[in-house]
Design a protein around this ligand. Structure first.
Ligand SMILES: [Zn+2]
Length: 253
């Protein structure tokens, strides 16, 4: 009887472990595809930029892209597992020095599971103006009253204190403009963070074009913008659009 009970416990443990392995594998596959989508959408800057995802079965750990490779070169072998202090706990690849952007946001925001940091042209240009994102196009509504600004330095975020500063600038928002440096975009899912990153760049581009054309007309009312924001923040919207971009990237090979 005792033997049968312990055998059952062992088999439950093994089944659980196999389930975790399958989940980790599928998350890593999504990270790999997310990296390819981000590059296809112009979010690459040499090997700079990174993406991470929190482990659902251990919220104190996250998977992260490694240093020295492009966002489109993430593989099962080079993804690192990192703890909330920024220590690598699994994997042999080199870790990004800006790991603290990710670890400090994961510490501060239990609702965030995915963090992306990139250096997209229009978002950086907007950050350099010191102005916030206006709702001059629909992507602007996604970040309406949800976009922070980090203005401490142009330098890399290479310490926990600096990472905590980025997390503070994020607050309860969706993303942060790092002045003259880049963006940090968060999401509950990989799809949400990837689509958010692309939409932020698009919103910044439209704003800079409108401002360059001169004297843009006022935004729509708060109520009107909030209605759109509610519509486009439905999780299904992120999934549908991310899945499309994944199909497109696969078609292009
Ligand atoms: Zn950077």
């Amino acid at each position: 009887m005792i033997n049968r009970k312990s055998a059952n416990r062992k088999s439950t443990r093994l089944t659980k472990r196999a389930g975790q392995r399958a989940t980790h594998r599928s998350l890593k596959e999504q990270l790999i595809l997310a990296g390819k989508v981000l590059v296809a959408e112009g979010q690459d800057d040499f090997t700079r930029g990174h993406i991470s995802f929190r482990l659902p079965d251990d919220p104190n750990l996250f998977f992260m892209k490694a240093h020295s490779i492009g966002l489109d070169e993430i593989t099962m072998q080079n993804i690192l597992t990192i703890d909330l202090e920024g220590n690598v706990v699994a994997g042999t690849a080199r870790r990004h020095s800006e790991v603290y952007i990710h670890s400090e946001i994961f510490k501060a925001r239990p609702d965030v599971n995915c963090v992306i940091h990139t250096h997209p042209t229009y978002s950086i240009a907007l950050s350099a103006t010191g102005r916030g994102l206006k709702c001059y196009s629909q992507p602007g509504a996604l970040f309406y009253e949800a976009l922070g600004s980090y203005t401490d330095t142009i330098n890399l975020i290479r310490s926990q204190a600096m990472g905590a500063g980025v997390a503070r600038a994020l607050g309860n928002g969706r993303a942060v403009l790092l002045k003259n440096h880049g963006v940090v975009v968060t999401g509950a899912t990989i799809a949400e963070a990837v689509i958010g990153t692309i939409m932020l760049e698009n919103g910044a581009m439209v704003q800079l074009l409108a401002e360059a054309a001169g004297d843009p007309a006022p935004e729509f009312s708060r109520a009107d913008i909030e209605k759109l924001k509610a519509d486009i923040t439905q999780p299904e919207q992120f999934t549908i659009n991310f899945d499309y971009l994944v199909r497109r990237v696969k078609r292009r090979g």
